[in-house]
Design a protein around this ligand. Structure first.
Ligand code: MTE
Ligand code: CO
Length: 421
């Protein structure tokens, strides 16, 4: 862009029209300093030849991006074998999560499956029990879809109040990936579901043998038996060589290292749907089978791990939003704790049960900010406040916390996880 050589900053008006066309970079471009060494002197990278084409058969990010990694919370679990780490949402843009940054949640470590020795079995209430090799699976018609996977426990540590300082930790149990896979419906149709087959039980090949019950309607609707993510083979952490994709539904049901699908006439009442993944209510009762993920959003920048370092002036606020029930046509943003709401600018593809990206550019006057975002989904549902959720659910829940997140930003631009009542 040639604007930075003009020597004057564009007017605010020019910014507002220019921001949408050019991403706003011009507004914060500096004045040319005649003798600035990084401009006038030849830099090292222009003085010698770079690496050749075969230096990195499988590429990795620049060494300057080494801080962009999944992170865990030390006190959260007793052992990394049955633990979770978090996607660095504050370092990402757009809507796709790079494969190496997708958060991981496993209950028995990463299974090391030999693809040639892996089998997927369909049994139970079917006309014809079937066994598929990976090669068999690859011969069925496949589809591509971008879906978010959110663990039901995402934001679970925030029920009793603001706790973890960073959107990576408060909201990073989510990733958004393009899956390639065979519709589960095709495999079930081949096996022939008997008329009393109302549920399936899906089971993993890992040491935890994780299993969940799924109603047959969902199994025949949009579930995928997926073997690729973002174009390449699933990563071992994500269930290589094959996982179940259950669009819009809680991550726990997306069985990794998928080995068996049993058709039955009722749910299995597995550990993961009785003692875990149920939602305690204020009155002491617990709700079971909360499958769909409610609409939710979070501002990723600024946020505690991504402070405002440039001082006053134009800045780009951004974040992500998603809903297990459809798309996100609208996100509202406030910078003053809810006194004034502004409609954010959505950018990027809007796909069913996929993450959406929003932006709100504003001229920071240097005073403290209270930032919040509020997602609206395509069913008309509006993301609730944390207190609205607590009125029904109390403070002792773990799962399905989709309340509005608040970041406080002080005069120095340092951001903190807070709540406003
Ligand atoms: N599948 C198996 N076989 N074993 C597991 O431990 N964890 C579940 C689900 N599928 C799990 C599993 C949970 S709780 C979540 S949130 C997602 O996988 C996490 O998927 P990811 O590791 O790709 O992020
Ligand atoms: Co989970």
């Amino acid at each position: 862009m040639d604007m930075k050589f003009k020597g004057t900053k564009p007017s605010r008006r020019a910014f507002l029209s220019g921001a949408l066309a050019a991403g706003g970079a011009a507004a914060s471009a500096g004045m040319v300093k005649a003798q600035e060494a990084v401009i006038t002197e030849k830099q090292p990278w222009a003085q010698y030849l770079g690496d050749g084409v075969d230096a990195f058969p499988y590429g990795s990010p620049s060494k300057h991006e080494a801080h962009v990694v999944r992170r865990s919370v030390e006190w959260l679990t007793a052992d990394p074998i049955s633990s979770v780490n978090f996607t660095p949402l504050h370092e990402l843009d757009g809507i796709i999560t790079p494969n190496g940054l997708c958060f991981e949640r496993h209950h028995g470590g990463i299974a090391e499956v030999e693809p040639a020795d892996h089998r997927i079995m369909i049994n139970g209430l079917v006309d014809k029990p079937l066994v598929f090799t990976m090669q068999d699976l690859m011969r069925y018609p496949r589809e591509n879809h971008v879906y978010f996977l959110e663990c039901a426990a995402n934001s679970g540590m925030e029920w009793a109040g603001a706790q973890l300082n960073g959107c990576q930790f408060t909201h990073g149990m989510i990733h958004n990936v393009m899956y390639t896979g065979v519709p589960l419906r095709l495999l079930l149709e081949e096996a022939g579901v008997k008329t009393n087959g109302k549920w399936i039980m899906v089971e993993g090949a890992d040491a935890s043998g994780m299993n969940r019950s799924i109603p047959i309607e969902k199994a025949l609707d949009d579930c995928l038996v997926a073997f690729k993510m973002n174009g390449e083979a699933l990563r071992p952490e994500q269930g290589y060589p094959v996982r179940l994709v259950v669009p819009g539904w809680e991550g726990n049901m997306w069985i990794k290292w998928l080995r068996r699908i049993e058709v039955g006439d009722q749910p299995w009442h597995a550990r993961e749907e009785t003692s875990k993944y149920t939602d305690l209510f204020e009155n002491g009762q617990a709700r079971r089978f909360t499958w769909e993920m409610d609409a939710k959003s979070v501002i990723t920048n600024p946020s505690p791990q991504a402070p405002l370092t440039h001082g006053k002036g134009w800045t780009v606020l951004t974040g992500v939003a998603w809903s297990g029930r459809g798309t996100i046509p609208r996100v509202d943003v406030t910078i003053d704790g809810g006194k004034n709401w502004h409609q954010a600018r959505m950018s990027g593809p809007s796909m069913n049960k996929s993450m959406h990206r929003f932006y709100y550019e504003f001229d920071w006057d240097g005073s403290p900010l209270l930032l919040q975002s509020r997602a609206h989904d395509s069913t008309g549902y509006v993301q609730p406040t944390k207190n609205e959720l607590r009125a029904i659910r109390g403070e002792n829940s773990i799962y399905h916390n989709n309340g509005i997140q608040t970041w406080y930003v002080n005069e120095q631009g340092i951001a903190e996880n807070v709540e406003i009542s």
